[in-house]
Design a protein around this ligand. Structure first.
Ligand code: HEM
Length: 147
């Protein structure tokens, strides 16, 4: 739930482009065939008419009770359709494994004196880094390079 909500709030791929193969109607406008369009994933994920309290981190949006209420095209961190991300499942597993390995061993805290600035380019990242303090959960535990 937390990973999914993070991928909504901090959409890693902020936009994708697609070429229309036929005339395409959006509300009262028609996008002609063969037009390069931009799908703003970051904008969709922050749109208050799609997501209630869109700027708030609320992992329960993705709880088993709520997940079915989400329109699959309202949440597209890995894009959607035939050219969606081929590495989606791998990426989700990788994030989970890394988080477990890190959080099992460390207690992390953001540096309160560092203001993280988000930069939403093609790939969203922190403009000035993310400074954190990592404390060993079990004091005195040694860190092996092979871990
Ligand atoms: C959190 C991590 C990731 C995110 C948010 C992500 C997101 C995306 C998105 C949005 C697209 C569509 C791009 C477009 O249509 O222009 C895409 C495509 C793709 N991704 Fe990922 N991706 C992630 C990780 C990975 C990983 C780990 C791999 C490979 C192991 C991967 C391989 C690919 C490939 C090959 C495509 C192109 C698929 C195609 O065009 O048919 N991605 N990804």
């Amino acid at each position: 739930m937390c990973i999914k909500e993070s991928l909504r709030l901090h959409s890693i791929v902020s936009f994708i482009t697609r070429n229309t193969e036929q005339n395409f109607k959006v509300l009262d406008k028609t996008i002609p065939r063969d037009t390069m369009t931009t799908i703003l994933i970051y904008g969709l994920h922050h749109n208050p008419s799609v997501w209630e309290d869109s700027l708030e981190f609320r992992p329960e949006r993705f709880s088993p009770e709520n997940i079915d209420k989400i329109n699959p095209f309202a949440y597209i961190p890995f894009s959607a359709g035939p050219r969606n991300c081929i590495g989606q499942n791998f990426a989700m597993h990788e994030i989970k494994v890394l988080l477990v390995k890190i959080l099992n061993r460390f207690h992390l805290e953001l540096d309160p004196n560092h203001d993280v600035k988000k930069f939403a380019g093609v790939v969203t990242r922190a403009e000035n880094g993310i400074r954190m303090k990592a404390k060993l959960r079990i004091p005195g535990q040694c860190i092996h390079e092979s871990d």
